[in-house]
Design a protein around this ligand. Structure first.
Ligand SMILES: [Zn+2]
Length: 397
């Protein structure tokens, strides 16, 4: 498959043509000739972005494709968790089907790489994990998917969960997760020791949901840093959400940033919501690796997230009251290069030789594309066009 995209502007820069051959970016330049049999796309001077990256979502739990389900949870974290388990057990959805639906939904919005936390618990064992692992396989040509073994209902408070999580890693989960070691388990030492030991044994990455605010969250980051250093896992750990970073005072924040940098611990943020979020521009300026994600999309936690990473970049800017162009562009970087880096991608971006995951979108600059987050005109994944003239070519599921 050979495709020539004529007259596009990579990342909003100078207009050029981009030739895609065998799933890779083969050439960039002006006035490129279309090889025989090539598909030619008129870029119409639009921006060409690399495939968007959703570095924090939950493919297994979306209600997409099912009748509207009114939101019924209470406000506390534990209410949301309990309500979700009830809704999912009532609806008896198939995690393989639901995750496939969501991968298609995200692709149609330009996302080609996804890190998904997947629930593991004593009630569901590895059912969700096996479902998403099946989707990772069936959608392998369409999207790169990483699975995080995630203890949504707690880890140390439910004997057996840690073993199930390790089993998931043995069966191919790329990342071991965790959840509020203080707030949910009330056993930070126990949970973090177990998570880091699994990472040490299997060489996988670590990605821990940390909603805990203030000192509870700050101490958890300190304890993660201690274990990262002790086990030689520098560069392997991510804190997802990290609300505490937007909640502690300046002095405390400086100390935590120092620990993040020393141990190369990354931050994944989802932005929207009523919680404080990490100060993105400050962390990035300090050199902390950052990525962005949708979190759950139309699930029992709430119906508002829609899985559009360009819109997510807008929400990150909105939430942090970021108004200047470089700041807004930074949010798009989190939803592209930042996420790709978090997932360890080595063939990502708009340079020649990289996998042809490409998105055409209206907009003069990155900031404008984020502000208006218009529909994607074209989406290509691995050289295959899945959205053309704004219309999805994927089979409806
Ligand atoms: Zn999450």
């Amino acid at each position: 498959m050979t495709t020539l995209i004529r007259g596009c502007r990579p990342w909003g820069g100078t207009i050029c043509d981009v030739l895609v051959r065998d799933g890779r970016i083969a050439e960039r330049g002006s006035g490129l000739a279309a090889p025989d049999g090539a598909t030619v796309i008129d870029g119409a001077g639009q921006m060409l972005l690399p495939g968007l990256v959703d570095a924090h979502t939950h493919l297994d739990k979306t209600l997409l494709g099912t009748p509207w389900h009114p939101h019924s949870a209470g406000e506390r974290l534990i209410d949301l968790i309990t309500n979700e388990r009830r809704v999912l057990s009532e609806l008896q959805l198939d995690p393989a089907l639901q995750s496939r639906r969501m991968v298609h939904h995200m692709l149609e919005r330009g996302t080609t790489r996804i890190r998904s936390h997947v629930d593991i618990g004593t009630d569901i064992a590895l059912r969700h994990f096996h479902g998403v692992a099946e989707t990772r396989e069936t959608c392998a040509d369409l999207a790169a998917i990483q699975i995080v073994a995630f203890p949504q209902t707690g880890m140390m408070i439910l004997p057996g969960v840690a073993d199930l999580m390790e089993q998931a890693v043995k069966e191919g989960a790329e990342v071991i997760g965790g959840l509020d070691p203080v707030g949910i388990d009330r056993d930070p030492r126990g949970q973090l020791d177990a998570v880091f030991a699994i990472a040490g044994r299997h060489g996988c990455e670590i990605d821990i949901h940390l909603h805990d605010l203030g000192e509870m969250g700050a101490i958890t980051i300190e304890m993660m840093a201690e274990r990262t250093a002790a086990l030689g896992l520098k560069g392997k750990a991510t804190v997802s959400h990290g609300f505490c970073l937007g909640d502690v005072d300046e002095k405390r924040l400086e100390g935590l940033i120092g620990l993040l940098l020393e141990n190369d611990i990354a931050i994944a943020t989802c932005g929207a919501g009523h919680y404080p979020i990490p100060p993105i521009l400050k962390l990035r300026a300090a050199g902390v690796r950052m990525s962005a994600g949708s979190d759950g999309v139309r699930d029992a936690w709430g119906p508002l997230n829609n899985g559009d990473m360009l819109e997510r970049a807008y929400q990150l800017a909105w939430h942090g009251d970021t108004r200047d162009d470089p700041g807004i562009e930074t949010m798009l970087e989190l939803a592209t290069q930042g996420g790709a880096q978090a997932m360890g991608a080595t063939d990502y971006g708009l340079d020649v030789g990289n996998r042809a995951d490409l998105v055409l979108v209206a907009g003069e600059t990155a900031a404008e594309a984020v502000c208006y987050h218009p529909p994607r005109e074209m989406v290509m994944t691995g050289g295959r066009i899945v959205v053309e003239n704004g219309v999805s070519l994927l089979e409806p599921i």
